[in-house]
Write a protein that binds this ligand. Structure first.
Ligand SMILES: Cc1ncc(COP(=O)(O)O)c(CN[C@](O)(C(=O)O)[C@@H](O)C(=O)O)c1O
Length: 401
């Protein structure tokens, strides 16, 4: 008998498992609104033109494939910190930022979790309710305890700001507060600038550590700087901050697994020590990160023409999603006779819309309409075309009532 006899079948991933089910569906009506992956109006995957340009340049140069240092490609680490904080941010000049290239957003979050587990074993991470489906698994597997702060208010289909502040205030001093830098996943609801100020106040008062997850910089509003507002606000206040970054969405580098963990410290010597310990944790985890995506980012950001083209393509992707949001809202408003207010769809930002459909209703979307979405009611508008909005509106109205 096999020694693996006791190994049970793991459940499908709540997000990536939806894509597997979608692939198995034979209907030509099927729509994949599950994983947050950008599609064109023709519902095809999209490789940015600027990425193709950078890759052609790299091919011509015929670059080496030697190991990267544990911390990754230096040119990438410089570019990624500058993109996040602004090239002229004093914390960069003063050597206060420890940046390590890591395996995209997930790997960066996991590496930071390992650091928290080792150096702050008593601390808890506060995560929003709801949050990205993988956050809890990352902290569970890193043996970091977490609890939730209120975030989504189903009554207003908006932010439960009072609840959020109260829960952050009530948490033990020195907790880590996980915040979505922009384009909150799954709700698409972001705090206003004034609310970010208040969130920074309470985190400062309680001596908590802000931990930003920045997976959509430039993809939410179309502007890299606008989408970095929250992070730069906290750094400007002199706060020490963790920031995980990802280039999966804004540069379309999903499977290249390119991202970074940044730790903004309040004293130069400290940043070097933090970086050295992050390296010590990364080495036995995956040793060193993949070079291809790092070179693409470094080449694009390092060349003013390509950087400009990237910003244009980002605005186009964000723009297409905004158009789809508007069209879906128009279709729902025109078709739904119940008088339900669908304007929350227009107030949400980024790839996703949190529809309020419950599990049974989401099942109906899939079983009856072949619309694939996550069971928490989230739909990825990045997987929707203008042409399919009427069909989706019919499915949503049928499922709600
Ligand atoms: C808030 C947040 N943080 C981190 C990540 C990790 O991304 P990566 O490891 O590729 O850099 C995602 C991606 N989340 C998804 O878009 C999603 O929620 O569908 C999807 O890519 C995923 O992995 O689940 C995310 O939404």
């Amino acid at each position: 008998v096999s020694r693996f006899e006791g190994v049970p079948m793991a459940p499908p991933d709540p997000i990536l498992g939806v894509s597997e089910a979608f692939k198995a569906d034979k209907s030509d009506l099927k729509l994949n609104l599950g994983v947050g992956a950008y599609r064109t109006e023709e519902l095809q995957p999209y490789v940015l033109n600027v990425v193709k340009k950078a890759e052609n340049l790299m091919l011509e140069k015929g670059e080496y494939k030697e190991y990267l240092p544990i911390e990754g490609l230096a040119a990438f680490n410089k570019a990624t910190a500058e993109l996040l904080l602004g090239a002229d941010n004093p914390v960069i000049k003063q050597g206060l930022v420890a940046t390590l290239q890591s395996l995209s957003g997930t790997g960066s979050l996991r590496l930071a979790a390992a650091f928290i587990q080792r150096y702050f074993p008593e601390a808890k991470v506060l995560i929003s309710s709801p949050t990205w489906g993988n956050h809890k698994n990352i902290f569970n597997d890193a043996r970091v305890p977490w609890s939730e702060y209120r975030y989504y208010d189903p009554k207003t289909v908006g932010l439960d700001f009072e609840g959020m502040i109260a829960d952050i205030e009530a948490a033990p001093e020195g907790s880590f507060v996980l915040l979505h830098g922009c384009a909150h996943n799954p709700t698409g609801i972001d705090p206003t600038p004034e609310q970010w100020e208040k969130i920074a106040d309470v985190i400062q008062e309680k001596k908590h550590m802000p931990f930003f997850d920045v997976a959509y910089q430039g993809f939410a509003s179309g502007s890299l700087d606008e989408d970095a507002f929250s992070v730069r606000l906290f750094v400007k206040r002199g706060m020490e901050v963790f920031v995980a970054q990802s280039y999966s969405k804004n540069l379309g580098l999903y499977s290249e697994r390119i991202g970074a963990i940044n730790v903004v410290c309040s004293a130069p010597g400290v940043a070097d020590r933090v970086k050295s310990q992050l390296k010590r944790l990364a080495r036995p985890m995956y040793s060193n990160p993949p070079i291809h995506g790092a070179r693409i980012v470094a080449n694009v950001v390092g060349d003013p023409t390509m950087f400009g083209e990237w910003k244009q393509e980002m605005e186009q992707m964000a723009g297409r999603i905004k158009n789809v949001r508007q069209k879906l809202y128009d279709s729902l408003s025109a078709k739904d006779k119940s008088g339900k207010d669908w304007s929350f769809i227009l107030r949400q930002i980024g790839m996703f819309s949190y529809t309020g459909l419950n599990k049974a209703q989401s099942d109906n979307m899939t079983d009856k309409w072949h619309v694939y979405m996550t069971k928490d009611g989230r739909i990825s508008l990045a997987g929707l075309s203008l042409a399919k909005c009427d069909y989706l509106a019919d499915a949503i109205i049928d499922s709600f009532h």
